[in-house]
Design a protein around this ligand. Structure first.
Ligand code: ZN
Length: 493
């Protein structure tokens, strides 16, 4: 008997304030930790036959579109496509009538910050089936395993270790500070032993510390990603004096990705809005084959707060932000509410121009949102990022490549994730309308399939609702445990 499924359709962590940490620590000492609720979903256990869908493949220079396709999903993988899917479907398969909707690979968000498990639902509900978290904390590792085992609904989680930085003007309380090569090597080894497989580096690492990190990571088979280290920041940088480490030097260091166009303009262009220099830089990055994670939305949201004099901070959807982090961001909210919006608009326009130039010159761009800090809403911000890239002049097709095949390629998993083909991981989204004409149709998927598990419109709505229930005390516990594990001082103690 084939079961007919009802297919519903629906329409910076910038500066942790020591005072707040102290407050959180006091709360932590006085309150019992909230128990983790273990859901017991049977992820991937059910076979799914998705019929009559329009399928887009993103692996070529132009879209490959197939109409009226069937896709068989089994055991968390794509088992077969087309006629094979129909013949290989088991008797008890769950059938999903696609009714000519478009099916595409689940989206990657290559730059997020997760603070609490409640945030995961918002990513998944917005079609994000893989996140790369870029400030590692110990709680993320068991959480990642619970998601993969189907015990917790969320995107697949990849994470770096804690952010490694040197002492200096941009060191933040959640950074792990390494000021000597010995400390740097020890930190990398500890990250490896803890279970991390990628290192996040930050701007103000000294040359000696950075070299030690790079060499130790390479010896352990770990990737490096992050803000390109520039050495200790001194007065006159970036325009009047050279950086201790030139941007160019890092292009041969096999970064998984380089983060933030904003940072590339700072370090690579010495903060000059020079399109010819940007094009020359793009050619060097393309030749080195280093992917760039643009994160335009991170700066766009700063601009929008300035432009609205703070009103943007309470727009619809901000209930999905973690209140613990929002409390930490209060000084930044205040600062950006009073910033010069016209100046910020000019900077944003240049960052978009640079992104377009990178695409034109063959740089592989990946999609990241910096969600989880400032006012960057999990899941939603990835779509804001995609819109900003279209606005910059990339085609919707090129933009969807940034969130699918380009990301998979950067992560070295292009043979397993990011496409719809037999043997690939069953991370998929079904959408109404044509995303090649209007990328906005990706915002509210009609259904999501995560590691083979089908999420319909009703469950999608529940995920969003649950995502607004972020646990303040659990978040505080997560952050404090992370600071303790990386040997950072916990202020207020
Ligand atoms: Zn970030």
């Amino acid at each position: 008997m084939k079961l007919k499924a009802k297919f519903g359709i629906s329409g910076s962590f910038s500066r942790l304030s020591g005072m707040l940490i102290g407050l959180a620590f006091a709360l932590l000492c006085s309150l019992p930790l909230a128990p983790l609720d273990a859901q017991t979903a049977d992820a991937g256990a059910e076979a799914l036959l998705i019929r009559d869908v329009r399928m887009i493949d993103f692996s070529g220079a132009a879209p490959a579109i197939s109409d009226g396709v069937s896709v068989l999903v089994r055991g968390g993988n794509i088992a077969a496509i087309g006629a094979d899917a129909e013949t290989e479907a088991p008797d008890d398969v769950r059938i999903v009538e696609g009714n000519d909707r478009t099916i595409l690979p689940g989206l990657y968000d290559m730059h997020v910050h997760i603070w609490d498990e409640a945030e995961l639902g918002s990513y998944l509900a917005h079609g994000v089936t893989t996140v790369r978290n870029l400030s590692g904390m110990p709680f993320l590792l068991p959480m990642r395993d619970r998601v993969e085992a189907g015990q917790l609904a969320g995107p697949r989680i990849l994470t770096s270790g804690p952010i490694l930085n040197g002492s200096g003007p941009n060191a933040q309380p959640n950074h792990q500070i390494v000021d000597t090569p010995e400390d740097a090597r020890a930190a990398v080894r500890t990250h490896f032993e803890t279970g991390y497989r990628r290192i996040k580096v930050y701007s103000n690492l000294s040359r000696a510390s950075y070299d030690a990190i790079r060499d130790e990571a390479a010896a352990l088979g770990m990737r490096i990603t992050g803000h390109t280290p520039e050495g200790v920041r001194e007065p006159g940088m970036p325009q009047e004096r050279p950086f201790n480490i030139a941007f160019d030097e890092l292009l041969d260091d096999d970064f998984e990705t380089i983060e933030h166009v904003e940072s590339i303009v700072w370090h690579g262009l010495r903060n000059r809005q020079d399109e010819d220099a940007a094009r020359a830089l793009a050619q060097r990055i393309a030749a080195a084959a280093v992917p760039v994670d643009a994160t335009l939305v991170a700066f766009a949201n700063l601009y929008r707060v300035a432009e609205s004099e703070g009103a943007y901070l309470s727009r619809e959807g901000t209930d999905l932000l973690n209140p613990f982090i929002s409390a930490m961001e209060a000084p930044q909210y205040e600062r950006w509410s009073a910033e010069d919006a016209e100046r910020a608009a000019g900077q944003l326009a240049f960052f978009q121009t640079v992104t377009r130039i990178f695409q034109e010159e063959g740089v592989s761009i990946v999609a990241g949102s910096d969600s989880g800090i400032f006012t960057n809403i999990p899941g939603v911000s990835l779509h804001d990022e995609l819109d900003l890239m279209v606005e910059a002049g990339l085609t919707p097709y090129q933009v969807m490549q940034t969130a699918t095949v380009n990301a998979a390629q950067a992560l070295g998993e292009a043979e397993r994730v990011g496409r719809i083909a037999p043997g690939f991981r069953a991370d998929l989204i079904l959408v109404e309308g044509d995303p090649l004409a209007d990328i906005g149709v990706l915002r509210e998927p009609a259904a999501i399939i995560a590691n083979g598990r089908f999420i319909d419109a009703e469950e999608r709505a529940q995920l969003i609702e649950a995502s607004a229930q972020t646990d303040y005390d659990r978040t505080a516990a997560n952050v404090l445990a992370a600071l303790a594990a990386q040997g950072s001082e916990v202020p207020g103690q």
